[in-house]
Design a protein around this ligand. Structure first.
Ligand SMILES: [Zn+2]
Length: 488
């Protein structure tokens, strides 16, 4: 078929150089890259468990001091190389690392490996029992920067010929949409003294609960990597579940993400060199609380074990659906920086907030709705914010027929489902809390319903931000798809 005009399609428009090459030496043109392509992969784990205690764990409304670690925390990296493009997928046990820390880690890793920083997708698991990393926690910060960089460098150092496959399988019974409509007259006032249409974490009372305000995404997606002799090398999984929790008080933990990584090797007959990692999907409105289901009481850490075991089983079922691990996949990765406008409160909202913050009278304070003063302070902070815009990084990756998107927010499940549905790739994974954490990202429809995730101070950016990012990501996926057809 070489030399037939049909093998030189219009896609060559942007590849005039290659086109010229085709005309001169037809045999080199389209078939050579595939024959020459051999995927290489490397994976590594670095322990990032803090060594100094006690220390605060952000992730709840109240302070939670950890006196020790229940289980270790890690940075886990998978590096892929198709001979042309190299990229890294990294999962870090943390509530949500900011772009400044991640950019620092990426540039260290880039310096040692030559991997471009734009080709590194580093996401946080969103364990609510991880350490703080802000400027006040100097040693944690440095440990995280070094640990993340080291995981990439080590994975890069272990690159070897490999084969890769991807699939998914549902685990519907551990994900629940946590935003609910309540029965008439049951909605409490929100911190601003208004009534929302839906409530987050509404409890389990059938007299109060009406119906959930959104869907769930039940799928566990997996990327499986093997050596050429079919030895399991790494597994990158993704599930849209906020976290599990239910730990002994004051203990740090990697939650079910860490427990999944611990039990996964047994499912795949893997040895200690195997690296499994569970990334967070689009779980801004999804958690593990069974609002409409009766669940027996659990001992501390038990529910984490249960979810992790079921997730590992499900990952194995997904793995079994992979028809063939391929060695000749083409990789691609694009990153965009997108400017989003910060939400601003109205003058009226600022005036109300100032009055609430100024309240000192005990009786008046007791009459305020829950968290009223906290959110009043958030409103004032939003009004005084000097910056108008927030620049966020979004990424899209092509691994053969699989696409991976990275979104730096606690992304709502609707956004993940929409991206999966409209993606030009047969399978798409959407990773939340990737390359930063900028609060919740409700869809415009969910913004209209109100509720915790939409409140100013929990959410920071314009109400149509999720639509903007979705369209941008779809464009990026389109680019990767078009680029794939030229590199086949
Ligand atoms: Zn959270």
């Amino acid at each position: 078929m070489v030399g037939q005009p049909t093998v030189v399609p219009p896609l060559m428009k942007s590849l005039s150089l290659l086109f010229t090459c085709c005309l001169i030496v037809p045999v080199c043109a389209v078939s050579a890259p595939i024959a020459a392509r051999q995927l290489r992969a490397g994976a590594a784990v670095v322990d990032i468990t803090p060594t100094e205690f006690p220390q605060n764990m952000p992730g709840g409304f109240a302070g939670n001091m950890a006196t020790k670690a229940h289980d270790p925390l890690h940075a886990r990296a998978l590096v892929l190389d198709d001979g042309t493009t190299k990229l890294a997928l990294v999962v870090v046990d943390n509530l949500g690392l900011g772009p400044d820390l991640l950019d620092e880690a990426k540039s260290i890793a880039a310096g040692s490996t030559g991997l471009p920083v734009e080709n590194m997708l580093v996401s946080s698991t969103h364990t609510h029992t991880g350490p703080s990393w802000g400027p006040k926690n100097g040693s944690n910060r440095q440990q995280l920067v070094t640990g993340i960089a080291e995981s990439i460098v080590k994975a890069f150092g272990g690159l070897q010929p490999a084969a890769i496959g991807a699939s998914s399988h549902p685990l519907p019974d551990e994900v629940f949409n946590r935003r609910w409509y309540l029965k008439q007259g049951k909605m409490p006032l929100n911190p601003f003294g208004k009534l929302d249409s839906v409530k987050m974490n509404p409890g389990n009372d059938p007299n109060v609960l009406d119906h959930p305000a959104g869907p769930t995404d039940p799928d566990i997606s997996v990327i499986s990597v093997q050596t050429l002799k079919k030895k399991p090398l790494a597994l990158y999984a993704n599930y849209s579940l906020h976290y599990v929790g239910g730990l002994p008080k004051g203990e740090m933990s990697a939650d079910y993400f860490g427990e999944f990584a611990r039990v996964a090797p047994s499912r795949f007959g893997a040895d200690e060199t195997f690296v499994a990692m569970m990334s967070n999907g689009t779980s801004g409105d999804i958690n593990n609380i069974p609002f409409n289901v009766i669940r027996p009481p659990r001992e501390p850490f038990e529910q984490i074990r249960i979810v992790a075991q079921k997730a590992a089983d499900t990952a194995w079922f997904a793995f079994r659906k992979i028809e063939k691990h391929r060695t000749d996949v083409s990789l691609g990765m694009v990153q965009r920086k997108v400017d989003l406008v910060y939400r601003r409160p109205s003058e009226e909202q600022v005036a109300e907030a100032s009055q609430i913050v100024a309240l000192k009278d005990k009786d008046a304070l007791e009459k305020l709705p829950l968290l009223a003063q906290n959110y009043a302070r958030n409103v004032i902070a939003a009004a005084n914010r000097p910056e108008e815009k927030l620049t966020v990084q979004i990424q899209a990756i092509r691994i053969g027929d699989l696409a991976v998107c990275g979104v730096p927010f606690e992304t709502f499940v609707q956004t993940g489902l929409e991206l999966k549905k409209r993606s030009p790739f047969p399978q798409t994974i959407v990773v939340g809390l990737a390359n930063g954490r900028h609060g919740y990202l409700p869809t415009p429809e969910q913004h209209k319903l109100g509720g915790y995730e939409t409140w100013l101070g929990t959410n920071y950016v314009q109400e149509d931000a999720s639509s903007i990012l979705t369209e941008q990501l779809l464009e990026m996926l389109g680019e990767l798809k078009a680029d794939e057809s030229t590199s086949r």
